[in-house]
Design a protein around this ligand. Structure first.
Ligand code: NAD
Length: 483
């Protein structure tokens, strides 16, 4: 924080473990309340200068940051793989490449703030819009994509002239620290980006409720997001929460494409992806063929450690999470569902779970309604387009969805009628720096990535200027007669 590494002074000690090997990588004390206060104070001091820099100056520094990150992408990928257990090909091609592209996008977007044209919307006044930085942002990130989530929170905030204090998830702080270190090397001033590490209830709560934090942006579970919202009434809040994405396969879909897509989208990041495909609704006339094809693709997926080039699927993030995923699948089976593939914890030191395909679950069962956050895909039938759309919308969540069809009218209907912040047609997962990511319903509000996110981190000010220069304005007659 404030441009320096400082050893945590909190009482609690936190372990960062390698989930592929079940080994401790580092063990350290979390930040104390006084250190969170100091980070917020550093961000407040830095705000005065940073918010007054021209967009061009901020952009130049962010371009320098891109260059520095490119020089260190191998190191970032290695540590992201180490602390998450992600296959090296995933961290290299997705986490790190995507995060660097996000920095490049916001380096450009910093110079592109938009608003209505300055004009005389009232004949007696000139109106203009100012978009102003909000102040100090307190951000909280989850453990599933630590680097990307840090990027999604930090970049729009600082591009718009805010300063930030980010708390990564306590089990995955390493790449957020490296990301901030790279920003410092690139010349972004001390205090603009501060990272505090530690637990949610301790460090997280102190940060979000801090009176000097003007805005809170949070990515994590719906439960914690709601609890934060209830503790900071009146504070600007941005919430990216849980998901339970439907994957709707109509009878005219390319079933090979759908089967490949279902496995890729349910196994990405070992299913620990808020937009992962979790519920496949498949037309009853093609469901058996879809299940057979999907099972055949699952049979090709290789579990392993991140450094093994053959590895497709890494472990889950923690022992506790592995137990949660296993217990949810067991309860689904107890309730009458059938495991077609997977459903086991394999013999290994790390927190692995087999890619799992389930049929025969009830729509209102836990495995269909609640986030599993593991490599588990449930397949259910539908018999009409109306029913497919109803089932897709039948959970509290609304983050992402996909529809698979060769019929343009069905594709249009699905994009219009599925309640989600993103609907893919004939694909599922790709994200793009230029386009927004964010939820409907219990998946939260606000957008990450894109110019929409930049706007979230600004206040819109209307400046309205009299152009008549008369002492008694025409509109005064609605209040008093006067002379
Ligand atoms: P989580 O809600 O348990 O924790 C998220 C973060 O909140 C962590 O840093 C944690 O330490 C912190 N936290 C916990 N309690 C807190 C409190 N009371 N005050 C302040 N901070 C607190 O989530 P997780 O298990 O780390 O991540 C998985 C969840 O994140 C899933 O629900 C997933 O869908 C969601 N997610 C959503 C998106 C999205 O863009 N919508 C992206 C990634 C993950």
């Amino acid at each position: 924080m404030d441009g320096e590494y400082v050893t945590g002074a909190g009482e609690r000690r936190v372990e960062v473990r390698d989930p592929a090997l079940d080994e401790v990588i580092v063990e350290q004390a979390e930040a104390s309340a006084e250190q969170v206060d100091a980070a917020v104070a550093a961000a407040r001091r830095a705000f005065a200068d940073w918010s007054r820099r021209t967009p061009g100056e901020r952009s130049d520094l962010m371009h320098a940051w891109v260059r520095d990150l490119r020089e260190h992408e191998g190191e970032l990928a290695r540590w992201e793989s180490r602390q998450c257990g992600k296959p090296f090909k995933l961290t290299t091609l997705f986490d790190v490449a995507g995060s660097i592209d996000n920095v490049a996008f916001y380096a450009g977007a910093a110079r592109q703030l938009e608003g209505k044209a300055q004009a005389e919307y009232s004949a007696d006044h000139t109106s203009s819009i100012r978009r102003e930085a909000i102040g100090v942002v307190g951000s909280i990130a989850p453990w599933n994509y630590p680097l990307q989530m840090a990027a999604w929170k930090i970049l729009p905030a600082v591009a718009a002239g805010n300063t930030i204090v980010l708390k990564p998830a306590e089990i995955t702080p390493l790449t957020s620290l490296l990301f901030a270190e790279s920003a410092a090397r690139a010349g972004i001033p001390a205090g603009v980006i501060n990272i505090v590490t530690g637990g949610g209830r301790s460090v997280g709560t102190h940060l979000t409720t801090h009176p000097e934090v003007n805005m809170v942006s949070f990515t994590g579970s719906t439960e914690v997001g709601r609890s934060i919202a209830s503790t900071i009434p009146g504070k600007r809040l941005h919430l990216e929460l849980g998901g339970k994405a439907p994957f709707v396969v109509f009878d005219d879909a390319d079933l090979d494409a759908a089967a490949n897509g279902a496995v890729a989208a349910s196994c990405i990041n070992t299913g620990q992806d808020c937009t992962a495909a979790t519920r496949a609704y498949v037309h009853e006339s093609v469901i058996d063929e879809f299940v057979a094809k999907t099972a055949a693709v699952i049979d090709t997926v290789k579990l392993g450690t991140p450094d093994d080039e053959q590895t497709d699927l890494g472990p889950l993030s923690s022992r506790g999470h592995q137990q949660k995923v296993a217990a949810m699948v067991e309860r689904a089976v107890d309730a009458g569902a059938t495991v077609v593939r997977g459903g086991h914890v394999p013999e290994a030191a790390g927190y692995f779970y087999e890619p799992t395909l389930i049929t025969g679950a009830a729509q209102d069962s836990e495995i269909v309604q609640d986030e599993v956050f593991g490599p588990v895909l449930v397949v259910l039938p539908f018999s009409s387009d109306d029913e497919a759309i109803d089932l897709a919308n039948d959970t509290p969540y609304g983050l992402a969805a996909s529809a698979w069809t060769s019929n343009v009218y069905r594709a249009n209907r699905a994009s219009r009628e599925i309640d989600a912040g993103c609907v893919w047609i004939n694909d599922h997962i790709p994200i793009i720096s230029e386009m927004p990511h964010g939820g409907y319903k219990a998946s939260g509000y606000g957008k990450d990535m894109s110019a929409y996110s930049l706007e979230e981190y600004t206040n819109v000010k209307h400046v309205i200027q009299d152009i008549t220069a008369v002492a008694k304005k025409d509109w005064h007659r609605i209040i008093f007669a006067g002379e």
